[in-house]
Design a protein. Structure first.
Length: 131
């Protein structure tokens, strides 16, 4: 929904024309394309393993998200925006970055762990062959 509002805003804002309008629509389109691609890979993963493709898309989307919001956040301090607009967008930036990092961590390969804990005596037995 957020991105549909962004598209509508870019198309209806009389102050946006030419390059600025194309940049906003392109940015939105790229976010949406990555999200759709990730959704398709996730949906199809029910039928075939998609670990590498999903992890790669998650990383690309996370890098794009953090780069976009880093660049965009710097602009809030150099342009004349009101406090509410700046605050709301900085909160969105922090939440987006946090979600992106969480998604990357969740996409990392899982390290197998033993479900059985071995006692010190069992570990000693493995070392010298006796109790």
């Amino acid at each position: 929904m957020l991105w549909s509002v962004r598209i509508e805003s870019a198309l209806t804002n009389a102050d946006l024309r030419g390059f600025e309008q194309a940049l906003r629509l392109g940015t939105t389109g790229f976010f949406l394309a990555l999200a759709v691609a990730l959704g398709v890979v996730h949906w199809n993963s029910r039928f075939y393993p998609a670990g590498i493709a999903r992890a790669g898309l998650i990383r690309v989307l996370a890098i794009w998200t953090m780069g976009y919001w880093s660049f965009r956040s710097l602009g809030f301090f150099y342009r004349d925006f009101n406090f509410t607009f700046t605050g709301a967008h900085l909160v969105m930036a922090l939440v987006s970055a946090g979600l992106a990092l969480t998604a990357v961590v969740a996409s990392l390969p899982k390290v197998p762990t033993s479900t059985r804990s071995s006692s010190t005596e069992e570990q000693l037995h493995l070392v010298d062959g006796s109790y």
